[in-house]
Design a protein around this ligand. Structure first.
Ligand SMILES: [Fe+2]
Ligand SMILES: [Fe+2]
Length: 291
């Protein structure tokens, strides 16, 4: 996908574009180094006191369900593992980048947006666990891909507010998906915005490409399977009512998705079942992230 000129033009007029906080970029960078130790990771997180406090609260929350209390970051990294902690930091820093925007609450409920995003993350992670013997997925990367897949929508809502409002209205009036409505109004969608946004974020391709191609998985030239996984998880969110607004039409599943992922309909039903028991935990995740 080429950077759209319209997008470039609009975005160039926007000040203070969101860049990923240094602590998250640093962690993403060191995580792939096999020599990175738990204490290296704990040291990086420890430099930010408010982030450390949130990581500890989250590590002790129902979301992770650790039976004993975790009292310091070092223990959190050892018990939960470097990858899980990295996911936590990435999630928390992204939540912080896009705080609640009261003025547009009526048309775009940020809490529902994050619940949709977290649901897509959790469903992606469960699906990844289902197929991991057949297809090599990192469940934590699958979670991050799902969590961040629609982040372009928040950027559009925040920086291209009036036109984004129009797109939301078009989606309802014309009974089309929000993706299609964005294409009509802007000539580009939240996927191109995500592509532009993540150019400076240095995310692994397994996270970045689902953000760009979850509505057009047929166009992904790399990482097709994780793109399809995120595409499917997004649609499961619609099927289970976990959307920004029920008024918006659900995207259609690309034929062959389930077969390519070597899943069965029974697998998907099981994932929906397990996921439905996680909903309360998602709310607690969100509360910690936003406090
Ligand atoms: Fe999307
Ligand atoms: Fe979505």
């Amino acid at each position: 996908m080429k950077m759209n000129e319209l997008l470039l033009d609009k975005i160039q007029h926007v000040a203070n574009l969101p860049t990923l906080p240094q602590i998250a970029s640093h962690l993403i960078h060191v995580i792939n180094d096999p020599l990175t130790s738990a204490s290296d990771v704990a040291f990086i997180i420890g430099q930010d006191l408010s982030l450390s406090a949130k990581v500890l609260r989250l590590a002790n929350s129902a979301f992770y369900g650790i039976p004993r209390s975790i009292t310091n970051i070092n223990n959190a990294v050892v018990i939960l593992g470097i990858k899980v902690i990295n996911t936590m930091v990435l999630s928390l820093t992204v939540f912080d980048l896009f705080p609640e925007d009261k003025k547009s609450k009526a048309i775009f409920d940020r809490k529902k947006f994050w619940l949709h995003s977290l649901s897509c993350g959790v469903i992606s992670k469960f699906l990844a666990a289902k197929v991991k013997k057949l297809i090599l997925f990192d469940p934590e990367e699958a979670f991050c891909a799902g969590l961040l897949h629609d982040i372009g929508k928040v950027v559009m809502e925040q920086y291209l507010h009036d036109d984004f409002q129009k797109a939301l209205a078009v989606s309802v009036e014309e009974n089309c998906t929000l993706y299609e409505a964005e294409m009509k109004v802007f000539g580009f969608s939240h996927c191109e915005v995500a592509e532009w946004l993540t150019q400076s974020w240095s995310l692994p391709f397994d996270i970045q490409l689902p953000m760009i191609y979850h509505h057009t998985p047929q166009d992904a030239l790399q990482c097709q399977e994780i793109v399809l996984l995120c595409h499917l998880a997004d649609i499961i969110c619609y099927e289970t009512g976990m959307t920004i607004d029920a008024k918006f039409r659900a995207p259609e599943l690309q034929p062959g998705t389930i077969e390519t992922l070597k899943l069965t309909t029974a697998d998907i039903e099981e994932v929906k079942n397990v996921y439905s028991k996680e909903l309360e935990k998602l709310t607690s995740f969100l509360e910690i992230a936003h406090n």
